[in-house]
Design a protein around this ligand. Structure first.
Ligand code: ATP
Length: 387
C-alpha cells in the first residue's frame, strides 16, 4: 500500500511541482497518473522511491514512513520501470534481469534461475534471448526485459514511468495486454505514469487525472469517463469519451441475443424447418455439451435437400469473446472477422451473441447507469431514449 499525506514538492528554484497530495494506492491496485506535460506526475512517482524528497507531508509504503527507511533499502523493495528502460549495455539480458536479486545477495545460480523464470513470464524465451545484449533486441523486447527486471526480486510495489512509451502503438497495446494479464497473476501495488488517457483507462483500476500540481479527479476509468468531476477533466478525457468507454464496459449476459441453436448431430432437414419457422437466417452450432462449434446458414440447410446433419454444413466461428470482455474487444472481433455478430462464451460454453445494435444498447445503458449512480442491469433496456 502507498499512502500520500498532504505531500508537496517545491524545487530549489521555487517551482511548485505538486501541492497537497493526499491519496492511497491499495494493495494489489494499479493507479495510473495521467495529465499534461509538467503537471507533476513524475515528481509524484519519484518521491515514492526517494529519488526526489518531498518538501512537505509524508509518504507511507506498507505502513512505514519512507523518510525513516534507508533509500537503498527502500529501492530494493520497489520495482522501477522507466521508458528508456535503462538496461546495462554490456550485460546480457539474463544478467540485466538478475541485477536486483544479485544486489540482494542471492546466490548466482538462484538469481539466474529467477531471471530465466521472469523472462519466460514476460514472453521472452531465456534460451533464445538470455545471452543477448540489449542492443540485439527490438524496442518492445527491451521493454519486456525492463518489466522482468523490475519484477525479479518480487517487490510488493512497482513504479512505472511511461513503461510502454517507446514502442509503436501496435506493440504498445500488446505489451499493455500482456502486462495486465501478468498483473492479474502477481497483483503488485502499482503507480504508473502516462500522458496517454487511452493507456490510463486501459491499465488503471483507478485513474488520477492531474491538473497543475494537483489531482483533479481520482476514480475508476468508468467514473472519470462517465462523470468527469470538473470541466478540466472533461476536456482532458476528450469529446470522444463515449468511444473510450468501450474499453472499460464489459459484455454482460443481459446484453446478449439468443439466436436459434442447432446441435451438431441434428438432421439438416429438421434444423432447416426450425429456422424457417423461426424466420431465422442462421443458427449457432454447438456440440452435445453446449460448447460453440460454429454456425450454419438457413440457405445451406435448405440446399442440403434433406440429407446429412448440421455438422456436415457448419462453418467455423472465429468471432467470439469471453463473457466480461470489454465491448471494444467484441467490436474489434466483429470488424476483424467481418461478422455481423460475435459469440459470447463462458469457458467454451456458448451463452448468446452480441450484435452491433446490442453493443450500442449496452454502451448507452452503461452511460445512463453511471449518470444515475446505478448498476447497468438496473437500467431497463427501453429507458434510454433514442439519440
Ligand atoms: N529539478 C527540478 N528543478 C526545478 N523544477 C523542476 C525540476 N524537476 C521538475 N521540475 C518542474 O516541476 C514540474 C513537474 O515536473 P514533472 O517532471 O513532475 O512533470 P510530469 O507531469 O512528469 O511531466 P512530463 O509528462 O513532461 O514528464 C514541471 O514544471 C517541471 O518543470
Amino acid at each position: 500500500m502507498i499512502r500520500f499525506e498532504q505531500v508537496g514538492k517545491v524545487y530549489a528554484d521555487g517551482t511548485t511541482a505538486v501541492d497537497g497530495l493526499s491519496f492511497e494506492v491499495a494493495e494489489g491496485e494499479l493507479v495510473t497518473l495521467v495529465g499534461p506535460s509538467g503537471c507533476g506526475k513524475t515528481t509524484t512517482m519519484m518521491m515514492v522511491n526517494r529519488l526526489i524528497e518531498p518538501t512537505t507531508g509524508r509518504i507511507l509504503v506498507d505502513g512505514s514512513d519512507i523518510a525513516t527507511v534507508d533509500p537503498v533499502e527502500l529501492r530494493r523493495r520497489i520495482g522501477y520501470v522507466i521508458q528508456q528502460v535503462g538496461l546495462f549495455p554490456h550485460r546480457t539480458v539474463l544478467d540485466n534481469t538478475a541485477t536486483v536479486p544479485a544486489l540482494l545477495g542471492w546466490k548466482r545460480a538462484r538469481a539466474r534461475a529467477r531471471a530465466a523464470e521472469l523472462l519466460e513470464l514476460v514472453g521472452l524465451d531465456p534460451a533464445v534471448y538470455g545471452g543477448r545484449y540489449p542492443a540485439q533486441l527490438s524496442g518492445g523486447q527491451r521493454q519486456r526485459v525492463g518489466v522482468a527486471r523490475a519484477l525479479a526480486a518480487d517487490p510488493p510495489v512497482l513504479l512505472m514511468d511511461e513503461p510502454f512509451g517507446a514502442v509503436d502503438p501496435v506493440v504498445r497495446e500488446r505489451l499493455q495486454n500482456e502486462f495486465l494479464a501478468l498483473q492479474s497473476a502477481v497483483r503488485k501495488t502499482i503507480l504508473m505514469v502516462t500522458h496517454d488517457i487511452e493507456e490510463a483507462v486501459r491499465m488503471g483500476d483507478r485513474i488520477a487525472v492531474y491538473g497543475q500540481g494537483r489531482i483533479e479527479q481520482l476514480d475508476t476509468p468508468r467514473a472519470v469517463l462517465g462523470t468527469p468531476a470538473t470541466p478540466y477533466v472533461a476536456g482532458f478525457v476528450g469529446a470522444d469519451r463515449g468511444l473510450k468507454r468501450l474499453s472499460v464496459t464489459a459484455v454482460e449476459a443481459a446484453d446478449l441475443e439468443q439466436p436459434p441453436v442447432a446441435p451438431l448431430g441434428e438432421s439438416a432437414s429438421r434444423a432447416a424447418a426450425r429456422l424457417r419457422d423461426a424466420g431465422a437466417r442462421w443458427a449457432v452450432v454447438t456440440d452435445g455439451g453446449g460448447a460453440l462449434h460454429g454456425w450454419v446458414s438457413a440457405g445451406a440447410l435448405a440446399h442440403a435437400g434433406g440429407r446429412g446433419t448440421v455438422g456436415d454444413l457448419a462453418r467455423r466461428m472465429d468471432a467470439w469473446v469471453p463473457l466480461g470482455a470489454p465491448l471494444k474487444q467484441a467490436f474489434s472481433e466483429m470488424l476483424q472477422h467481418d461478422a455481423g455478430w460475435v459469440a459470447v462464451l463462458d469457458g467454451d460454453r456458448f451463452l448468446g451473441v452480441l450484435t452491433p445494435a446490442r453493443l450500442h444498447e449496452a454502451l448507452r445503458r452503461s452511460v445512463d447507469a453511471d449518470a444515475r449512480g446505478l448498476a447497468r442491469d438496473e437500467v431497463a433496456f427501453d429507458s434510454v431514449p433514442e439519440s
